[in-house]
Design a protein around this ligand. Structure first.
Ligand code: ATP
Length: 262
């Protein structure tokens, strides 16, 4: 890894960026992934590069969905693997949602590189480790149409972070409940998903692990039931969530304009 000075004002952002660059060098991330990351960075600026209460409330709904699902799946692409493999493995262990590798660009050796990264992060059970020509998601022409017959194909709830709109739309048409993590509340994915967490995946997955752990302990001690979680889910509106996310951006920008005037 390149040396990033501790006192650099944007050290944290540079460290995250370096993870993506390392991911490119290790054949996990593709060039287009660098551009997607840059788009994410730009939107992170607009929310002040921190997690807000609306995002936390939405993460709680996402965790509730994973815990109450019959067959939940966490979909892993190159950027996700490069940025947060360990936390994804942890989330998978806590929620019992299986990990499935699903890629847009099927470069030789990429699935193996991501598999190795997940294994080093502690994963033992990984789906999507070979192309499945026989199992497809309809209405998709890219490589991502091939899914694991024991994973996304059977899933009722799928977490697809850092994705594009086509895939979300196709998964919805197959009857899946789609949860996404996307810093851009205006992206097609953000707009089409059932639950959109508008925050940086780097901050989201550790927080979701914390929430999932708390819910599980509460369920074990009979202080929370699956019915309570289902009730929370039924009250959620993604339209309102996205409206609040846009409002947060707008308020943040207004506060900056006010600062500049003073
Ligand atoms: P769509 O088709 O949904 O409109 P897109 O064309 O922007 O999306 P991609 O280029 O695949 O799709 O980008 C993936 C999305 O992931 C972008 O909206 C980007 O803002 C978001 N993103 C990138 N990095 C992160 C991150 N670290 N955390 C959360 N979201 C991110």
């Amino acid at each position: 890894m390149e040396h990033i000075p501790q006192d650099h004002p944007r050290a944290e952002s540079l460290r995250i960026r370096q993870k993506i660059i390392d991911g490119l060098h290790h054949n996990m991330v593709v060039e287009a992934g660098l551009i997607a990351h840059g788009r994410g960075e730009a939107f992170d600026y607009l929310i002040g590069e921190k997690t807000n209460q609306n995002a936390i409330d939405t993460m709680k709904i996402a965790v509730a969905m994973l815990l109450t699902a019959n067959h939940p799946i966490l979909s892993i692409n190159g950027n996700v693997a490069a940025l947060c493999s360990e936390d994804m493995v942890k989330l998978s262990e806590i929620t019992r949602a299986q990990l499935e590798i699903n890629l847009f660009y099927g470069k030789p050796g990429r699935i193996e590189a991501i598999t190795n990264e997940l294994r080093s992060a502690g994963a033992t059970d990984i789906l999507g480790t070979r192309p499945f020509e026989e199992s497809i998601i309809n209405d998709l022409s890219s490589n991502r149409r091939y899914v694991d017959p024991n994973g996304i194909k059977l899933a009722d709830v799928v977490l697809v972070p850092l994705e594009d709109g086509d895939r979300t739309e196709a998964l919805k048409k197959e009857g899946k409940v789609v949860i996404t993590i996307d810093l851009n509340p205006l992206s097609r994915t953000a707009q089409q998903a059932d639950v959109t967490i508008v925050d940086n995946i780097i901050r989201v997955i550790p927080k979701m692990c914390e929430i999932a752990q708390t819910y599980k302990e509460q369920i074990e001690h009979h202080r929370l039931s699956l019915q309570d979680l289902e009730m929370q889910i039924s009250k959620f509106s993604n339209t309102m969530n996205l409206e609040r996310s846009l409002q947060i951006i707008s308020t943040y920008l207004e506060s900056k304009v006010m600062c500049d005037k003073n």
